[in-house]
Design a protein around this ligand. Sequence first.
Ligand SMILES: [Zn+2]
Length: 216
Amino acid sequence: MQYRDACQQILETVQKLVSINLIRLSAGNISVRLEDGTIVITPSGVGYDVLKAEDMVLMDLHNQKLSGSYQPSSEKALHTAIYRSKPEVNAVVHTHSMYATAFSSVNMELPVISIEVMSAGGPIPVAAYRCPGTDAVGEVVVEQFRQRPGLKGVMMKNHGLVTFGLTLEKAYQTAYEIETGAQIYHLALQTGRQPEGLTPEQVQEIYDVYHSPKKN
Ligand SMILES: [Zn+2]
């Protein structure tokens, strides 16, 4: 992806995340990896209601700003840690979405209680708490998906959610899927009964149905 396309796509994704209430005010940040290995990331301290495509910041994978009027997001180290660890990943979405953050605060991983969580590579674990804005946040998140290669997102304790994907659209979808799964899990727990997740066999069966060649 080229720089200008990335800036525009990040802006549109921020607006979509705001419209579905995954991002409020300026809590959350997004980045995309360009073909030359640099990344474009949302700026720090700019309200998403006034954000423009030209406000995005170009930086390298070692957190050095290359161009842009603003400073890069305060969570830049989280983004670059993921890109350095996963060469196939081209986009990262970080939100403070409410239900995922709530489950992170009680250190409860999100079981595969729906197709959404299955699609996100669930169950979705909670990474240990580290101070937001530090390199340590990226380290504990990377540790989670090193152990689970199929994972597409991680909850960050007392902080929020981070997702990643081959494209920005996929990382966006995963953020939606995990937050939706967290809402469903929350509602199910209100019954007082223990929600039953999909078994590994049921997950495999769904996968086979979705990926089998169509008959006609
Ligand atoms: Zn954050």
